[in-house]
Design a protein around this ligand. Sequence first.
Ligand SMILES: [Zn+2]
Length: 428
Amino acid sequence: MSKILIRGAKVLGGEPQDVLIDGETIAEVGTGLSAEGAEVVEAGGKVLLPGLVDLHTHLREPGREDSETVLTGTRAAASGGYTAVFAMANTFPVADTAGVVEQVYRLGQEHGYCDVQPIGAVTVGLEGQKLAELGAMHESAAGVTVFSDDGKCVHDAVIMRRALEYVKAFDGVVAQHAQEPRLTEGAQMNEGVVSAELGLGGWPAVAEESIIARDVLLAEHVGSRVHICHLSTAGSVEIVRWAKSRGIDVTAEVTPHHLLLTDELVRSYNPVYKVNPPLRTERDVLALREALADGTIDIVATDHAPHPHEDKDCEWAAAAMGMVGLETALSVVQETMVKTGLLDWAGVADRMSVTPARIGQAAGHGRPVSAGEPANLTLVDTAYRGAVDPAGFASRSRNTPYEGRELPGRVTHTWLRGKATLVDGKLT
Ligand SMILES: [Zn+2]
């Protein structure tokens, strides 16, 4: 196997060091390492992180290959510095059987741009009525440990309770998309000053917060763990903070877009800003940043939600909800969390690699950058600043809210078990 010497990289943002990869493994980390027999990558002070792990990606295959496939989605992931993604279950057919999760898992293995860990549906067809075959999906070759009806909320308290009880047997986790369905009927954007002025149907914060409150109490009651997807309100942060202080086994994620964007953008009526949960207020954004910094929110997850042009380029009310995110996530986190002094690079590694790998049990990912560990790594030019150009995306879709916006940082290299998937910003 080949050797690669990454020379002069700031590991987790620390002092420059050399990292020697031998085959699939990190062989040595130190200064002045010999380059003999190795291909040399001059890092020149770029930041080296463990490969990023996304607990919340929509790869759309099977069924919506016009918006994304496992191949294009994992290429987008490698471009963004990811070495593992968890693929959401709301495909066509729904990933609610061992057969579908194994299909997605195998496609990920075949393409080899990053590891794909399928998420299984909680209920059959995401219909919220009947538990899916959670055990069979866990026993399958895909080894599913994370279950979610994402896109929809598991709104029935009895079904949620049963799911939480069921996954305990194999230390699985239910990832809840917290959205009380009756409170959000016809909702088009965050309920507040802007929705009132625009006359668009409001999506109240309480629709998210009431489900989170219920689910942390259910998790406590049955002694299970629960993960909350894409927190978007200051009130949700308060509930999770309270639950953790009480010892409830809850983890939570925030998306990059909820760390940066607010509902003021909806005044443009540009459907690129239409997303579920909706963009909230400045006050919510600041509370989410603070919560990610202090650990109340455990991780950043992209909720990468590709949509074809025709599903987004229409009037606001008809447009699909969601944004692509894999290729801009790290830049948005640098902008909102690192530049602001809220997180250092070790903190970013924790929130975008170490902890998501732990929650999802992604073996070999989120590991320390040290000898003997799998060489899942990403190299970031943190000094770079440039405008986002969706034409250069590896994703099949272009629905980014950042087109033309200047953001810091650019991933130049990604290695998956020692194999380069991205070199000098180009996919291999
Ligand atoms: Zn969701």
